[in-house]
Design a protein around this ligand. Structure first.
Ligand code: SF4
Ligand code: SF4
Length: 432
């Protein structure tokens, strides 16, 4: 549907024309996690598109209620893949978030929490420094005691912290050199992943090397900008993005992957985000076009022989990989290629687990409701492992499974494949 020529927005909330793509059919509602939990129209994609248009038209003021409904959106983009009308919901909500942050005064506690997240998470050195005392308490085995005495919001943050020992399984470094004509893959190490799930970066690189790719890294990795884009801090997001475009272009690569699918999707949108940048628009488009994912590259090379591993696995679709990049089949095909492994489909596999970047830190109640729903579906699958392709999902689902005392293990696909290969190598060694 095209916008009437006389219609002009009163306020610059979002790209106004995009709002007219929504035909209010409601087909996105059941794909929306917040609607699935609340059953409230204003917590659905259609309701939020209505709110954005009413704000832009000046029919609605940006008050606490409107902000609440927009804040509660996970930015998961489940609505985009469900929408038959091609509504660019991800772009709309990112613009609306930037509008909220510039035009709405949050309460002091909410502001403080958001400022802390923004000041710490994109900077690995700061995050490491903040976590250092907690790591000492973890090592001393008193984290649970601490969780028992701190206020509830802090306890929920603590519960999300993965064990320091989670990173213990890494593939040994391959000794073979890639062939001179090997495809060069740049692995973007991200910011939070480097601190909390470095094994995912290492295993991603080593799997790619084992598959025959020439793997390169950036000299200095900065945040991809996703955290700021999702929280409405567009100015700093664009600074990070420009730094990344320059660094990636300088480094040169045929393909770009990240262990965090939120980072991959953000990089895949650099072309769009810098389309009006006189200096970097062309380079940003070139960078964006190179983004792919680990599973697709491993399948394309078909050079990593997977040993037998007898277990039942279910696969959780990380939102940005499934809805943002459209990657659903490749990880499943890769898992099915492991002899002895039985892959069972997860009910609501592509419904957000509530992690969504820093959402589980700012919206803990909705995040917990979604984690609980995910954990129940995982339990019903009867699997031994739930495999996924995003560190945030690992922390969120892992915390919920620990709270429930569930035995099922959660693993990033790079760590899972590394574990399978290592066990196969160990078994071969024993049988000699
Ligand atoms: S992005 Fe996710 S939470 Fe937000 S409206 Fe769309 S489906 Fe719902
Ligand atoms: S499915 Fe698309 S067109 Fe239909 S209500 Fe949802 S966003 Fe609008």
């Amino acid at each position: 549907m095209s916008r009437a020529a006389s219609s002009k927005p009163l306020r610059n909330v979002v790209d106004y024309d995009l709002l007219f793509d929504c035909v209010h059919c409601g087909l996105c509602l059941e794909a929306c996690p917040t609607y699935a939990v609340s059953r409230s129209e204003m917590d659905s994609p259609r309701g939020r598109v209505y709110l954005m248009k009413a704000l832009a038209d000046g029919r609605l003021e940006l008050d606490a209620d409107v902000t609440r409904h927009l804040d509660l959106c996970l930015g998961c983009r489940g609505c985009e893949t469900a929408c038959p009308s091609g509504v660019h919901y991800g772009r709309l909500i990112e613009d609306a978030r930037a509008y909220v942050e510039s035009n709405y005064s949050r309460g002091w506690l909410d502001s403080l929490r958001r400022r802390l997240i923004g000041a710490i998470f994109p900077y690995p050195a700061r995050l490491r420094a903040i976590l250092a005392p907690l790591r000492v308490l973890q090592a001393a085995g008193v984290q649970s005691a601490l969780e028992g005495i701190v206020p509830r919001p802090m306890r929920e943050w603590l519960e999300l912290l993965p064990a320091a020992s989670r990173a213990s399984v890494v593939l040994p470094q391959a000794l073979t050199e890639p062939s001179p004509d090997a495809t060069t893959v740049l692995v973007h190490h991200g910011c939070v992943t480097r601190v909390l799930a470095e094994s995912e970066n290492i295993n991603t690189e080593r799997l790619l090397i084992a598959a025959g790719y020439h793997v390169v890294q950036l000299e200095n990795t900065v945040c991809c900008g996703a955290l700021d884009l999702h929280s409405g801090n567009r100015t700093r997001a664009l600074e990070f993005i420009r730094t990344n475009v320059r660094a990636i272009t300088r480094r040169g690569a045929d393909s770009i992957v990240s262990a965090a699918s939120g980072c991959s999707t953000a990089i895949a949108e650099y072309g769009l985000l810098l389309k009006d940048d006189a200096e970097l628009a062309v380079a940003a488009r070139a960078v964006a076009a190179k983004v792919t994912d680990l599973s697709s590259l491993l399948l394309a090379s078909n050079r990593v022989a997977m040993p037998e591993f007898r277990c039942t696995v279910t696969y959780h679709d990380a939102c940005h990989l499934a809805h943002g990049m459209g990657v659903r089949d490749a990880p499943r095909t890769l898992l099915r290629s492991i002899p002895g492994l039985k892959l069972v489909e997860l009910n609501e596999a592509d419904l957000c687990c509530g992690s969504a970047g820093s959402y589980n830190l700012t919206e803990p109640a909705m995040a917990r409701a979604l984690a609980a729903r995910k954990a129940e579906n995982i339990a019903a699958s009867g699997a031994d492992y739930v495999v996924l392709a995003n560190p945030g999902c690992e922390f969120q689902i892992g915390a919920e499974l620990r709270r429930r005392g569930a035995k099922i293990r959660v693993a990033h696909i790079a760590d899972f494949l590394a574990m399978v290969i290592n066990q196969g190598t160990a078994a071969r060694g024993e049988s000699r």
